[in-house]
Design a protein around this ligand. Structure first.
Ligand code: HEC
Length: 156
């Protein structure tokens, strides 16, 4: 078995394909999908939090740091939706805070995601401009899109 696997992997690498990656992309387990989306949101939260702390004056305002964090939030906002494939809801996975309504109300969920993506993109744009007041205002707008989606589609 092991030898066969190694041989297949070797052929795979010669052909320039990773069999593991291919198998994964074709058929991720529901738990893996949940892991993926929770990781995406962990990265989002990790980068969003310090911007919030600056906006609240808890740490010194630094426009360059905001721009750097905002870029990751924007990037991850585009990566989140594919973490909600069908069959990865609370009926299939225990360890998720995603509500079943995501899949029964998909259009609304997708719209909530698009709103988030738009505001996150604007936050990056605004942050690059360096205008503190504008950055704070745009942070507020982006945070609203997090809250709106969590309120409706995430368990408390
Ligand atoms: C379109 C919906 C949507 C938007 C927009 C959204 N979230 Fe979430 N978020 C979710 C859902 C659903 C979960 C639960 C995922 C799970 O447990 O499977 C979640 C989970 C999280 C988590 C917990 C991750 C973990 O480790 O379990 C954090 C942190 C988070 N979101 C932060 C944010 C922040 C910050 C924003 C905005 C900048 C945001 N989210 C925008 C839907 C959204």
């Amino acid at each position: 078995m092991k030898n066969n696997f190694l041989r297949i992997s070797l052929i795979g690498s010669i052909l320039g394909v990773s069999l593991l990656t291919v198998a994964h992309a074709a058929d991720p387990k529901p738990e893996e999908v949940v892991d993926y989306r929770q990781s995406v949101y962990t990265v989002i939260g990790w980068n969003f939090k310090p911007i919030g702390a600056m906006v609240k004056g808890e740490i010194p305002f630094d426009a360059a740091a905001v721009a750097r964090h905002a870029q990751y939030v924007e990037l991850m906002s585009k990566a989140a939706l594919e973490g909600f494939s069908k069959g990865s809801g609370p009926d299939a996975v225990k360890d998720t805070e995603a509500k079943a309504e995501i899949w029964t109300n998909w259009d609304k969920f997708e719209t909530a995601m698009k709103n988030f993506q738009q505001e996150a993109a604007k936050l990056t744009e605004t942050a690059k401009g360096g205008d503190e007041a504008a950055i704070k205002a745009q942070f507020g707008k982006t945070a609203e899109t997090c809250k709106a989606c969590h309120k409706e589609f995430r368990k408390d």
